[in-house]
Design a protein. Structure first.
Length: 249
């Protein structure tokens, strides 16, 4: 049976020790637990936020800001944070960062320190691995870690979760070659374990003032791993993406 445990932690507005905040929460962790952590919580712990007053806009940022009715300082940060910017619409630039398609490179003003904007963690896979290793070294527990962010899905209303980093679990499970209930061989199916866990965690965390930046998921039976993971273990190149290729055609 799968169980989900929300962990309430006081709001943090400055850099703090992420592993200490989680491990000192009072929750009793067990072997093979999976810890889902809000990307915003990780970003604040690492100081991954930008004071808008310190940003100097480039000419490109000013041009795009005028075109899409945006603050040129925000546009400048989006350009710095993005791997690719495809275009946009009023208020948003559509971009990819570390294999994740997101408006404005995942920047977030909500619950941010005053006059600041929160960016995604610089290296969320490294951040996840640090938490995993902390539990191995200090408690002798093998756990999985997923760093989640909320995302809009094309043609859908509302947000779900997406994994921007993970450690200790197999993020994608290859089901090709297995059979369905009728004996049909699966030819294309890969199960997005990390994204599914991120969505479960995001659902429990909420999106406003819940103060639940961490959710523990127990009883998933998802394959665990010690191998080093990167965004390439979760994402495909946008040139091969069925949606983006379909729009381009």
């Amino acid at each position: 049976m799968i169980q989900l445990f929300p962990i309430k932690i006081k709001i943090k507005k400055q850099i703090f020790d992420l592993t200490q905040a989680i491990s000192s929460s009072g929750f009793v962790f067990k072997e093979n637990d999976i810890i889902v952590i809000s990307s915003k919580f990780v970003s604040i712990s690492e100081g991954s936020f930008v004071d808008l007053a310190s940003v100097k806009e480039s000419l490109e940022a000013k041009i795009l800001a005028k075109k899409y009715y945006m603050d040129p300082k925000v546009v400048e940060i989006v350009l710095r944070e993005s791997d690719v910017v495809f275009g946009g619409l009023p208020g948003f630039l559509l971009s990819i960062k570390n294999g994740v398609l997101a408006p404005n490179a995942g920047l977030d003003k909500s619950n941010a320190p005053e006059n600041n904007i929160i960016c995604l963690p610089d290296d969320p896979f490294f951040s996840a691995e640090k938490v995993r290793m902390h539990f191995i070294i200090k408690y002798g527990l093998k756990i999985g870690v997923v760093i989640s962010d909320s995302r809009l899905m094309p043609t859908r209303i509302g947000t779900i979760g997406v994994a921007v980093g993970c450690a200790g679990i197999e993020p994608v499970e290859d089901l090709r070659g297995s059979q369905d209930l009728y004996g049909n061989i699966m030819k294309y199916t890969l199960k997005a374990n990390a994204d599914a866990l991120a969505t479960m965690g995001t659902f429990v965390m909420g999106e406003t003032d819940e103060s639940v930046p961490v959710v523990v998921i127990r009883g998933t039976n998802i394959p665990m791993t010690d191998r080093s993971l990167t965004w390439k273990d979760l994402s495909i190149n946008y040139n091969n993406d069925i949606y983006l290729r379909g729009i381009d055609s």
